[in-house]
Design a protein around this ligand. Sequence first.
Ligand code: ADP
Ligand code: MG
Length: 254
Amino acid sequence: MLTVGNLVKRFGGFTAVNDVSFEVDQGEIVGLIGPNGSGKSTIFNMLAGTFPPTSGSIRFEGRELAGMMPHRIIHLGIGRTFQIPRPFRRLSILENTAVAGFYGQSHADRAGAWSAARDALELVGLPTDPDSRVDMLGAAGLKKLELAKALATRPRLLLADESLGGLDDAEMDQAAVMLRRIREEMGITIIWVEHIMGVLMRVVDRVMVLDHGELIAEGAPSSVARDPKVIEVYLGRGADDASEAARRSAGQPA
Ligand code: ADP
Ligand code: MG
């Protein structure tokens, strides 16, 4: 479904993504993990067209996307969430989702956008009154709204950026179940980014690990978790990362 070849992104003299290549098959849930600043969101930004790659190719269902504008990419079937939710504060939960459906679907009319929005909110399990303002939502609700907005565009490939950020243990488990349902019930292929391994490793078919902009490991979660290079990245890098890992596994917020 997706073939990424030798993708590079430089910001001035700084290389954020360095020669990254990978493939994603239709129907997979692939995890992309790596410490903060390793280039995960930058990869999503290139896949979604937020900014063009410095070099490299992105082929989606046989079509080259590198450098294409975001609205064209979303119309071709790639939906994404943002790590930091920025909903329209003055619109309702349903309206926020419907706006995404209206602009994100290639041939949406108003009725199609509203119905896609209702379906998406139901799927992510936002039980809050859809007509209430988004201010009502806490961290977990905002993450669900991000997913609902992406789903309302009716994507075939979903890019989920840190859908577990700021959630407690129970909420993380729920979010993981939800991503599975999105794949199972809607047949949507998913690339799922997190900076911690945690629950992601129990859900994904395959995981890729990014460090300093380079892919350092790829494979089944069980083997990747035992890879010495991955252990080094997650535990061997001084007190900050180690205490972060410990805090996370104890379920405490950063
Ligand atoms: P991650 O999502 O893995 O935490 P990012 O992809 O957000 O990491 O960032 C990778 C690196 O690229 C970081 O060092 C970040 O500061 C840098 N970076 C990201 N976006 C920009 C930008 N628009 N301009 C300059 N540097 C950026
Ligand atoms: Mg990020």
